[in-house]
Design a protein around this ligand. Structure first.
Ligand code: AMP
Ligand code: FE
Ligand code: FE
Ligand code: ZN
Length: 282
């Protein structure tokens, strides 16, 4: 069992990178990747902890990219060098845009009569990047809503009154940033694109032309049928099938590390093939 898609306190997870590695060890994972949203700040701590606990660790990142479709598109970067200055520079721009967006979302919420400040949201996020899950947690804590789901439904989801879109890279820009850091670009949770099988095939073919190396076939929200479709696509376009739970700790309490909703199993072979692909392109 492995998990190649997780979040720590460096973004919107609730476990620190070191705690996450320890949990992976306790869960008996063969390999773990940390893939925080738009940041590599958690990777050095995770790498050190992985060395200490003797677990195979893949330094990763997850970048939201522009997508003209019904759902959303996230690109995972695997085996990125956390010290790459060009990757850090690109992520720095996204983080700057995020701070501006957070300010705007606070203004929107205040205009809607919600009593909250950016400082309070920041306190929820700790050291890490601030995102909508931190807004949601604060709204629950303040009793404005009963649950995180309600916070998204009433205020934060795309189209809701406090929603402000996030600055995004084009897919090819995300690919170059990942490549510049020595990493492999992989399409995250294809189900969230919300495309038909034919549309997904065309989209994946387009990304392959841009240098896509893998496809997240095993994922918490994937049905057995959808996983099979992804495995077929991976074979057809010579992509490494990968998989992960999208663990966020207590921010998504139903999702267990390595197990998703309970029936996720990502084969160890995904790790081996990803690593092989990375070693060949080095
Ligand atoms: P942001 O990057 O600030 O736009 O926040 C995106 C994060 O919000 C995602 O990674 C999810 O963890 C979380 N999220 C998005 N929609 C929902 C939802 N409806 N319920 C709970 N969490 C959500
Ligand atoms: Fe998240
Ligand atoms: Fe994602
Ligand atoms: Zn994720």
């Amino acid at each position: 069992m492995i998990d190649l898609h997780t979040h720590s306190t460096a973004s919107d997870g609730t476990y620190s990178p070191a705690e996450l590695v320890r949990l992976a060890r306790e869960t008996g994972l063969f390999a773990l990747a940390l893939t925080d949203h738009d940041t590599v700040e958690g990777l050095p701590q995770a790498l050190a902890a992985a060395e200490e606990h003797g677990i195979r660790f893949v330094p990763g990142v997850e970048i939201s990219v522009r997508f003209e479709g019904p759902g959303h598109c996230h690109i995972l970067g695997y085996f990125v060098d956390p010290h790459s200055s060009s990757l850090r520079e690109t992520l720095g721009l996204l983080q700057k845009a995020r701070r501006e967006r957070n300010r705007l979302m606070v203004e929107r919420l205040q205009a809607l009569g919600v009593d909250l400040t950016l400082e309070e949201v920041a306190a929820r996020a700790g050291e890490g990047e601030i995102g909508r899950p931190h807004f949601a947690a604060l709204l629950v804590e303040k009793g404005v809503v009963r649950s995180v789901e309600e916070a998204f439904e009433r205020y934060l989801r795309k189209g809701a009154p406090a929603y402000v879109p996030k600055a995004r890279l084009a897919p090819e820009e995300a690919f170059s940033a990942i490549r510049a850091a020595g990493g492999l670009p992989v399409l995250a949770h294809p189900v969230h694109l919300k495309l038909s099988a034919e549309e997904l095939t065309r989209y994946v073919a387009g990304l392959k032309e841009m240098g896509l190396e893998g496809l997240e076939a095993y994922y918490t929200d994937h049905s057995r049928e959808f996983t099979t479709l992804c495995l077929d696509l991976a074979r057809r376009y010579d992509l490494v099938p990968t998989g992960g739970s999208d663990f966020h700790g207590h921010n998504k309490p139903d999702i267990k590390l390595g197990r998703g909703f309970g029936n996720l199993t990502v084969p160890d072979e995904c790790y081996r093939r990803l690593r092989e692909r990375w070693e060949h392109q080095k």
